[in-house]
Design a protein around this ligand. Sequence first.
Ligand SMILES: Nc1ncnc2c1ncn2[C@@H]1O[C@H](COP(=O)(O)OP(=O)(O)OP(=O)(O)O)[C@@H](O)[C@H]1O
Ligand SMILES: [Mg+2]
Length: 268
Amino acid sequence: MQQVAQLKPNPGPARANAVEVIGVSHVYHGREGAVPALTDIDMTVPAGRFTVIVGPSGCGKTSLLMMLAGLRTPTSGTILCDGRPIPSPDPQRVGVVFQEASLYPWLTAVENVEFPLALKGGPRGERRARAEAMLKLVGLDSFGGRYPHELSGGMKQRVSIARGLVQDPPVLLMDEPFAALDEQTRMTMGHELLRIWDETNKTVVFITHSLTEAVYLADEVLVMSARPGRILDRVAIDLPRPRTYQMMATDKFGQLRERIWQQIRAKE
Ligand SMILES: Nc1ncnc2c1ncn2[C@@H]1O[C@H](COP(=O)(O)OP(=O)(O)OP(=O)(O)O)[C@@H](O)[C@H]1O
Ligand SMILES: [Mg+2]
């Protein structure tokens, strides 16, 4: 397919860990003094894997994602991306998609996607072609000229995903990207994301509060405790791929969801 041809070829499954978190803790120093947000997190995400993080509100999920993105520095411990530290944000190595689409309202969809490339410079025609290919990948090829206020919530999130992928980073981090959407759009977006993930072979770390979404999307679900966050459980989601909506009604799906729920509930 044309849009996939612009991404790096599928490097196959036998690669190293894309993300390694080794003994990471994080303490915030705010007005109320020291707030330990995360304690002793160990986590590895093999390249090409889809990992979902769930846990109670305030347990440190966003803080962890910010550290993986190079937007925050751990108080202690090490974070490696493709074997190297990530001391500052680098959209060529790690793409990020947040809960709110955070698009620039004065730029069109295609200009929003192109924006990270425009910062780097390079031939304008190539940048635009790349941004258009990313919009096509997320199913918005005929909407590039629209401004954010002319797009639905789901469309805005698609633009955000396109922007996160535009520099073809091997790792994509997503912090509750579909939380603001209605359930039907959310399900569709999850399904679309799996298609994009399959076509691009990215490593994805995805945060959600929806246990159904977690089981539907993940290869592995990491369950975190209440603050200060620790990893309580790692649940392998051994449902076949491609995932289908019908799987949600199976006993296996229900058992996996229940196991995660019991872990979260027991610690509340
Ligand atoms: N800049 C900050 N200064 C001080 N404390 C902070 C700061 N950012 C986050 N915290 C605290 O750190 C803890 C973890 O916050 P974080 O946003 O990482 O949680 P979360 O798991 O993403 O929560 P939610 O599920 O509600 O999004 C919270 O108790 C929060 O109050
Ligand atoms: Mg959060």
